[in-house]
Design a protein around this ligand. Structure first.
Ligand SMILES: [Zn+2]
Length: 258
């Protein structure tokens, strides 16, 4: 079993996220870090979890203990605090916005760290990712500088797939209520154009009726054996077959295999 981490006061969001991140090649990037840095604290947490290392990461990411926070926000702030180590998660996207009337196109390249997916119906992760990277029609955009049309076609294409792919499942509806729609998890993920293959290695689940409170746990795969890390309690799990996980997963961590 992996070692659990002691909850130092409402920090389950950080524990669950770190447990997943420690199962990815992100840890290779923090290994050479200098003592005193957040990256060094992550490396020592990977070797053996201590209260001191966890506290250093939280403080380094700008958090106080004792207050529940959002797992994705924590991940972004922690990655910013570990500088170059976050390269393992960095992908690149090409975003093309086309005017349907005159054909004027604007092409933008953007780094991507966490890919957001809309969970609007029961679906597989593959289907949600394909939709996020597909084309969408937009109404009411800024008027086209050529013909003043306000409709657009926006297309997102991933042109660099990272070593570690993190997907965020949007579980907050327009009403700000948490949505419990099931996401069908699978052990493997093939990207929409089959450019890359990934293995699922970590799942962060948010348990509770609303995203503004509740509790986070992590399911992590260690050499193909799944375990649930609930703060300092670790047990055997099977997230791909677990309906509670399907309805509550919010961050997925994938390691690239091909
Ligand atoms: Zn136009």
């Amino acid at each position: 079993m992996i070692p659990g981490m002691r909850n130092l006061g409402n920090v389950c969001y950080a524990i669950a996220t770190l447990q997943c991140l420690l199962r990815t090649s992100f840890v290779l990037g923090v290994a050479p870090a200098l003592p005193g840095t957040v990256a060094h604290a992550v490396a020592s947490l990977a070797a053996a979890p201590t209260d001191e290392a966890l506290t250093r990461i939280l403080v380094g990411a700008g958090y106080d203990l004792g207050q529940q926070q959002d797992a994705e926000e924590f991940l972004l702030r922690m990655l910013a605090a570990t500088e170059g180590a976050s390269d393992a998660l960095r992908g690149r996207q090409v975003i093309t916005t086309t005017c349907p009337t005159c054909g004027d196109a604007v092409v933008r390249h953007e780094d991507s760290l966490i890919q957001g997916l809309c969970v609007e119906e029961r679906a597989s992760v593959d289907a949600l990712l394909a939709r996020a990277l597909g084309a969408e029609e937009i109404e009411g955009a800024t008027p086209c500088h050529v013909c003043l049309e306000t409709a657009r076609r926006r297309e997102v294409r991933q042109d660099l797939w990272p070593a570690v792919l993190v997907l965020r499942l949007g579980r907050t509806a327009a009403t700000l209520e948490k949505t419990f729609l099931a996401v069908q998890l699978a052990a493997r993920l093939l990207t929409p154009q089959a450019e890359a293959e990934y293995a699922l290695v970590g799942v962060v689940c948010h348990l509770g009726p609303s995203m503004s409170g509740g509790h986070y746990v992590a399911h992590v795969s260690v050499e193909g054996v799944w375990q649930c890390a609930n703060d300092d309690h670790v047990s055997v799990s099977d997230p791909v077959a677990d309906t509670v996980v399907a309805h509550n997963c919010c961050l997925l961590f994938f390691q690239r295999t091909a």
